[in-house]
Design a protein around this ligand. Structure first.
Ligand code: CTP
Ligand code: CA
Length: 238
């Protein structure tokens, strides 16, 4: 059955996709991390590969069982920390036609990492000092090569000030990306689950465009995202 972009719509294109969640070391055995499974990024990699693209998956701490499910031909670059992810993305940027940041990136990392295991001293608690990580997506936009398409993800919740969609719209404007895949997680719909609901934010003729809410599996959502990305790449040519 025809489920998404044509099977050769991305032939000859290089797509770099980050996935999973970064880990920030405290010492040789401990880290600060997040619950991102990497399933969305894996689904994107499969969809891009099925559309004929040459795909690199920059995989931050993804379970090897999930990675072994990937079709041969997808290059996997394993990373752990945000700084490693940043280095990998920038190394691959020059040759890429599109970059997708689907990874959950730690906003902060410990100011110090100790080379040996941290020890308790006395009966006191512990205060950790964190420093802010670089915004990888922002850096990729700043160093955009030619007509590269850059895609971000945003999982948002609404609060007393703004709706989740308003936060996503503001993030789209702030990040300078071509597409932002917005995911409303107010009702805890995303992490580790197979189903998700997204709206794709982009722009046309200088105006921000907000796609209809699309619900489906992470595979279905990936088809949508790859189709939107393909359209942008094709628009650039015409
Ligand atoms: N991202 C990134 N580098 C970071 C943080 C986030 O590249 N240090 C990317 C994510 O991979 C995602 C997008 O930016 O594609 C949005 O992530 P999000 O955490 O929603 O954005 P932040 O700028 O960190 O804003 P917030 O304060 O809402 O977390
Ligand atoms: Ca963040």
């Amino acid at each position: 059955a025809e489920t998404g972009p044509g099977s050769d719509s991305l032939t000859g294109r290089r797509i770099v996709i980050s996935a999973g969640g970064t880990r920030e070391a405290l010492d040789p055995v401990r880290f600060l991390g997040n619950r991102s499974s990497g399933k969305q990024g894996i689904a994107l990699a499969k969809a891009a590969h099925a559309a004929g693209a040459e795909v690199e998956l920059v995989a931050a701490n993804i379970d090897s069982g999930l990675l072994s499910d990937l079709p041969a031909g997808i290059t996997i670059t394993p990373v752990e920390s945000t700084l490693e992810l940043q280095t990998a993305m920038h190394a691959s940027q020059p040759a890429a036609d599109a970059l997708i940041m689907a990874a959950a990136v730690a906003d902060f990392r410990p100011a110090e990492t100790t080379g040996s295991k941290m020890k308790k001293t006395g009966d006191d608690g512990l205060t950790l000092r964190l420093v802010q990580n670089p915004d990888i997506l922002r850096g990729l936009v700043d160093e955009r090569v030619g007509a590269q398409i850059i895609v971000g993800f945003a999982a948002e919740t609404g609060d007393a000030q703004s709706t989740a969609l308003d936060y996503a719209r503001a993030k789209f404007a702030r990040k300078g990306v071509d597409l932002l895949v917005f995911n409303d997680v107010s009702n805890d719909r995303a992490f580790g689950h197979d189903h998700t609901a997204v709206q794709i934010i982009g722009s046309a003729d200088g105006q921000t465009t907000i796609g209809e809410e699309f619900q489906g599996s992470k595979d279905d959502v990936s088809q949508k995202v790859i189709a939107a990305l393909t359209e942008q790449l094709t628009d650039l040519e015409s």
